[in-house]
Every structure is written in structure tokens, then in C-alpha cells.
Design a protein around this ligand. Structure first.
Ligand SMILES: NC(=O)c1ccc[n+]([C@@H]2O[C@H](COP(=O)([O-])OP(=O)(O)OC[C@H]3O[C@@H](n4cnc5c(N)ncnc54)[C@H](O)[C@@H]3O)[C@@H](O)[C@H]2O)c1
Ligand SMILES: O=C(O)C[C@H](O)C(=O)O
Length: 327
């Protein structure tokens, strides 16, 4: 029997939490042979609701679930955590952009960055889901100076998966045929879903589609604005698909990406593709042995460069707006 992995989840009684916890406990994130201990954080008023979720987890009798911690203290939730999923934050409602949440949510990530810095495993893998995800991840990273910056990541996987399905549907292929998608930049309406490296059954997606108007006026805005479209349709922000993306982000980071493909993760830039070091930016990455690596050498056209620069500019503006929250 493997040693259990400690998985901290914040906002555990929220919508995403409700889709996420059961899948982690059943082994979908770390493997069907990997026991887990869930360390769940909520704000004090939501502890009764969290108790109900924990009762349901108990009632599943998951063989891999070896313990559950329920707390409103970040230092208890993050103690020795191997993985931390920072979900707890307010979602936007109709008419808001994700960066409108900066004021409401930014401070959460100062405190949580500090708590991770103090008590988490030195190898903790952190995924920030709460919006605006990239800048919140940046805040947490900056408040955890004793942890490697590369341990902090932001979720771009939902955008990545959304883009895969758009291409599969457009070309009439199974989603499994679509490889090498990249979402550059910010998890926001400026993100750049780049299909110029995408392959469908080994052939260039751009060549197969051969329609720049569709790319610019349909594909890119559909992916950029999908979060808002879900809020419009459902009255609530995406939850099951967000939880799925979080599971896949961590699964691939820990267990590795598929041969011949890559995924998108929001990670602190190492300076690749002209993105200044430290910016929490969506990059194409491959993962192996628990480490991610940026895919190098992709051709960036003038069209792509303009889009990448626009999303970078927005991230730099967000960073400037939260200067007071950085260490
Ligand atoms: N990055 C992405 O792709 C993506 C996708 C979907 C949603 N999101 C974001 O994820 C966040 C959560 O969404 P949701 O639908 O689950 O919201 P929700 O309101 O249903 O749940 C959020 C939970 O977080 C808790 N919480 C608030 N502050 C907290 C704190 N300081 N510590 C611990 N818990 C805290 C709340 O009590 C609540 O239970 C939102 O910010 C949303 O915008 C991101
Ligand atoms: O769009 C939102 O506010 C929620 C989430 O980030 C999403 O992309 O669905």
C-alpha cells in the first residue's frame, strides 16, 4: 500500500468542491492505487455545510480515502500538504469580468500563500482555481518566499479543454484526435487560444479548417467568452467542468502528459517566448516525473504575437493593481 498523499482543498463546501472531492477520493486524480487524506478548508460560517459534504464522503466508503480534516484554519488545512487546490473565492456573476474579483479575492491568497509557506510540504504542488486565477496564484507565490516559485500554478486547463472540443466539433473528429493545443496568457477574455500548432489526426488543424475568419470571429471569442456564456445559461459559474479541469491539471502534473501531446498550465514564466520572468502565464507544457517543462521552439506568427502581447499586458496591469498584496 502506498503512503497517503495529503490533498488540501479550499472552498470545499462550494460548487466546485462538490464536484471535485468525490473524484479525488475515488482515485481519479492521483490513481486508483493512491490513498489520499483530504484536508478541507472553509470559512467559519460554511463549516456546517462542509460537515454535510464530509458526511457524504463518509457515506461513499471510498477505499482510498484514509482521512478527512475539516477546518477554518489555513495552517491546519495546509499542514504537510503535498497538493493544494485553492478553489475558495467568490465567483463572478453576470456582467462582471474575472478581474473585477481582484479586490474581493486577492487578499485570500496573501494569507493562504503565507500559510503554505509556513506549513506545507516543501514539494507542495499548488493549483489556483479561484478567480482571477493567474493573479491570485501570483499573489500566493509572492507570499511564499521559502517555497520554489514553480510550485505555484494557475488553472488554464478548462480553457484548453474548451478549445479542444471546439476544434473536434468543427472538424467532425473525436476530441481524442485533437492534440497540441495551447492557451497563452491569462484565464480571462484576453487569453489567446492558439490553434496554429494544433494537430487533428496528425494534420494541421489550421490547414484543415482553412478559414481565418472562423478562427478570429468564432473560435477565439467562443473560447475566450465561454465562462461568461456558462454563467448566462446556468445562472452560476461553471463547476463540474472546472473540477474536471483541476483533476486533469494535477493528474498530468503528477503522473505525466501523453506522449506526442502537451497541455496548458498557468506557470511562472522562465522568460520563454519573450514573457518576462515570473509572470503567471498560460504556456504549453509537457510533464514527466512530477515536473513540468515548457514546450520550446514553437513558431509564433505576427498574428499570434499580437494576441500574446495583449494578454501579457492585461496580466501586468492586474499585477500592478495588487502591488499592496505582494510580499
Ligand atoms: N480557473 C478556472 O478555470 C475557474 C473555473 C470555474 C470557477 N473558477 C473560480 O473558482 C472559484 C470558486 O467557484 P465556486 O463556483 O466553487 O464558488 P462557490 O461560491 O460555490 O464556492 C466557493 C467556496 O469558497 C469558500 N470560501 C470563500 N472564501 C474562502 C476562504 N478564504 N478560505 C476558504 N474557503 C473560502 C466559500 O465559503 C464557498 O463555499 C470562483 O472564484 C470562480 O470564479 C475558476
Ligand atoms: O468565467 C468565470 O467566471 C468562471 C470560470 O473562470 C470559467 O471560465 O468558467
Amino acid at each position: 500500500m502506498k503512503k497517503p498523499v495529503r490533498v488540501a482543498v479550499t472552498g470545499a463546501a462550494g460548487q466546485i468542491g462538490y464536484s471535485l472531492l468525490f473524484r479525488i477520493a475515488s482515485g481519479e486524480m492521483l490513481g486508483k492505487d493512491q490513498p489520499v487524506i483530504l484536508q478541507l478548508l472553509e470559512i467559519t460560517p460554511s463549516l456546517p455545510a462542509l460537515k454535510g459534504v464530509v458526511m457524504e464522503l463518509d457515506d461513499c466508503a471510498f477505499p482510498l480515502l484514509q482521512g478527512i480534516v475539516q477546518t477554518d484554519d489555513a495552517k491546519v488545512a495546509f499542514k504537510d500538504a503535498d497538493i493544494a487546490l485553492l478553489v475558495g473565492a467568490r465567483p463572478r456573476s453576470k456582467g462582471m469580468e474575472r478581474k473585477d474579483l481582484l479586490e474581493a479575492n486577492g487578499a485570500i491568497f496573501t494569507a493562504q500563500g503565507r500559510a503554505l509557506n509556513e506549513v506545507a510540504s516543501r514539494d507542495v504542488k499548488v493549483l489556483v482555481v479561484g478567480n482571477p486565477a493567474n493573479t491570485n496564484a501570483y499573489i500566493a507565490m509572492k507570499n511564499a518566499p521559502d517555497l520554489p516559485a514553480g510550485n505555484f500554478t494557475a488553472m488554464m486547463r478548462l480553457d484548453h479543454n474548451r478549445a479542444l472540443t471546439q476544434i473536434a466539433q468543427k472538424t467532425g473528429n473525436a476530441v481524442t484526435a485533437v492534440k497540441k493545443m495551447t492557451i497563452w496568457g491569462n484565464h480571462s477574455a484576453t487569453q489567446y487560444p492558439d490553434l496554429f500548432s494544433v494537430e487533428v489526426d496528425g494534420k494541421s488543424a489550421a490547414g484543415l479548417i482553412n478559414d481565418q475568419t472562423w478562427i478570429e470571429s468564432d473560435f477565439i471569442p467562443t473560447v475566450q467568452k465561454r465562462g461568461a456564456a456558462i454563467i448566462e445559461a446556468r445562472g452560476l459559474s461553471s463547476a463540474a467542468s472546472a473540477a474536471n479541469a483541476a483533476i486533469e491539471h494535477i493528474r498530468d502534473w503528477v503522473l505525466g502528459t501523453q506522449e506526442g501531446d502537451w497541455v496548458t498550465m498557468g506557470i511562472p514564466s522562465d522568460g520563454s517566448y519573450g514573457i518576462p520572468e515570473g509572470v503567471m502565464f498560460g504556456f504549453p507544457v509537457t510533464c514527466k516525473n512530477g515536473k513540468y517543462e515548457i514546450v520550446k521552439g514553437l513558431t509564433i506568427s505576427e498574428f499570434s504575437r499580437g494576441r500574446i502581447d495583449a494578454t501579457l499586458k492585461e496580466l501586468e496591469e492586474e499585477r500592478d493593481a495588487v502591488k499592496h498584496l505582494l510580499n
